[in-house]
Ligand binder design. Structure first.
Ligand code: FAD
Length: 529
């Protein structure tokens, strides 16, 4: 296999071909070569399959901004296959390998232009086991499993659930752990990367390594939030809690940003053993009847109505919504749940009578974005390009960000949610690879654009330019901020992103992926021989 891959790579030497991200056309010769690689890999005991992805999903992602053409797509049968492919790439002069989770990146992060893409979902069922370690339950799950499947297996089979989530669950374990994995539970439990106790990883050297805080800690901490740079996660051990049966899901409207942030920060800093909500998020919406961006985006169910006469006359062009949820069990008396909610809400300053609530099953609540996906698929918006922008911004700068970005640049909305809510740095582990702004409280801002494809919606370039304008404003105004799910084109920008963690990043790369084989779509370091 190796000899043949080398020949193929020489024939397709990256330097001899234009280095752009567009789909290159295939020649008959390329296709013939592909079939040979397949047969040679079989000779190497690969249990899975190798395919030649010409127009399929491995060269695309949810962002819909970039397209590449991989050399081949591997569907492994087990972690050993993953290691075999990485080792094979290591013996070639310039092959790279991208683990692809569910391809929900925005800027080609899971792609490998003329490299090998490993479809991790092919081994999504390879591991699944609930284990009890000193009285704490954990789930051992495959890196390629979807969080929504882990949810169903844990809750329905065992009455247990992971503690920290993302808003949308058709994402893989390995994909979110390579970034952070953030939702409304993170203020309490930290991101998903803070809720993992052990990993099985295939390093860039092709070694299969078990790691944890106690065993190979540098690899463990490096891989968490490591943008796929140090290893491919084939198994993760996820901390579980008893799953609640139900959730009281509440939305509260604010006219003033400072009141919104004061209440959000009050809720996320409640003492751990006192009463508090189990989920705290927030979003910005337009002070208008715009069906997508305005008042109608706030009610939780169709029989609720947004009474705009309740909005204070001094309100500006945008309003704010605090979104909270309280877990409870079927056996909890409704009056007990009401009393906790009333005590917590009694301390808040939202607009009177602009409060929406609904009781929902725990699984329905966690799968709430699935419904959005189904609607967006039906009207063609799911498959349109999504130039999303995610930022972490320090508490110090968030009010200015509101004035400059939400209230001015984005005053007409983005055709989708504009999330903004506080997180606590102490719930994150600064030994992992994730980089954060300074200060204990910082905000996540997620601009989740869902415009119809051009010409029905704005041209993609216009939206990308608006994102760049926002990043430019943050830089010019001296905000303390970091991109979440970062994307840069140059190493200089990556160095700036990592700041004083760049040296540690480079050292970890040298230890675990010295030839820079893994995750080339992140464009951090180039493949060496
Ligand atoms: P991919 O896009 O396939 O891969 C992402 C990166 O991880 C690539 O570099 C890839 O090479 C690497 N990778 C993939 N699998 C592995 C593995 N097993 N081991 C090592 N590296 C691997 N994020 C949040 O934090 N919170 C949210 O609420 C949230 N909501 C989202 C909603 C939607 C609709 C979408 C599209 C994205 C959302 N995200 C959210 C972002 C999401 O967490 C990241 O884009 C994540 O990387 C997607 O997971 P994936 O499995 O599709 O990964």
């Amino acid at each position: 296999m190796i000899a043949y891959i080398e020949r193929f790579v020489h024939e397709n030497d990256a330097e001899s071909r234009p280095n752009d991200d567009s789909v290159t056309s295939l020649t008959d010769n390329d296709n013939d070569s592909g079939e040979d690689i397949t047969s040679l890999c079989k000779g190497q005991d690969l249990q899975g399959t190798i395919d030649y992805e010409l127009t399929g999903s491995a060269g695309k992602d949810f962002g819909g901004i970039r397209r590449t053409r991989p050399l081949a797509v591997v569907r492994p049968a087990n972690p050993r296959d993953v290691a075999l492919v990485v080792r094979a790439a290591g013996r070639s002069p310039n092959l790279t390998v991208a683990a692809r989770g569910n391809g929900h990146s925005i800027n080609g992060q899971a792609m490998a232009d003329r490299g090998m893409v490993i479809e991790m979902r092919a081994i999504e069922d390879y591991y699944f086991e609930i284990i009890n370690i000193n009285g704490s339950h954990c789930a051992d799950v495959s890196g390629g499993a979807l969080w929504e499947d882990v949810l169903a297996r844990c809750v329905l089979g065992f009455g247990l659930a992971p503690r920290s989530w993302t808003d949308y669950l058709a994402l893989t374990i390995g994909g979110t752990l390579s970034n952070a994995g953030v939702s409304g539970q993170a203020f309490r439990y930290g991101p998903q990367t803070s809720n993992v106790t052990e990993l099985e990883v295939v390093t860039g050297k092709g070694d299969i390594v078990i790691c944890s805080e106690a065993q190979n800690p540098e690899l463990f901490l490096g891989v968490l939030g490591g943008l796929g740079q140090f290893g491919i996660i084939t198994r993760a051990r996820i901390l579980l809690q008893k799953a609640p049966d139900m959730v009281r899901w509440i939305r509260l409207v604010y006219a003033e940003f400072d009141e919104f942030t004061r209440d959000a920060e009050f809720l996320v800093t409640r003492p751990e053993n006192g009463e508090s909500f189990d989920y705290v998020e927030g979003f910005v919406f337009l002070n208008s009847d715009d069906p997508v961006n305005g008042w109608p985006s706030v009610p939780l169910v169709s029989d609720q109505w947004f009474d705009s006469s309740r909005i204070p006359p001094a309100a500006g062009s945008v309003l704010y919504c605090l979104e909270v949820a309280l877990h409870y069990q079927h056996h909890d008396h409704p009056s007990t749940v009401d009393a906790i909610v009333d005590r917590l809400l009694g301390r808040l300053r939202f607009c009177e009578n602009l409060r929406f609530e609904v009781d929902s099953s725990y699984m329905e609540f966690l799968l709430r974005v699935k419904k959005v996906e189904q609607r967006a698929k039906a009207n063609g918006i799911w498959d349109a390009p999504h130039p999303w922008l995610n930022l972490f911004i320090s508490k110090r700068d968030i009010a200015d960000f509101d004035r400059v970005v939400f209230s001015k640049i984005l005053k007409d909305g983005i055709g989708g949610p504009m999330l903004v809510y506080p997180l606590l740095r102490s719930r994150w582990d600064d030994r992992t690879s994730v980089v954060l702004p300074e200060g204990e409280i910082f905000y996540i801002v997620a601009l989740l654009r869902f415009s119809p494809p051009y010409p029905e919606g704005p041209p993609l370039q216009e939206l990308v330019a608006q994102n760049n304008e926002i990043i430019g404003q943050c830089a010019r105004r001296g905000y303390n901020f970091k991109l979440y799910l970062p994307h840069y084109e140059t190493q200089e920008e990556w160095k700036q992103h990592f700041g004083n963690q760049w040296t540690r990043f480079v050292e970890r790369k040298a230890s675990f992926d010295p030839m820079a084989i893994l995750a080339p779509g992140q464009k951090i370091l180039s493949r060496t021989t």
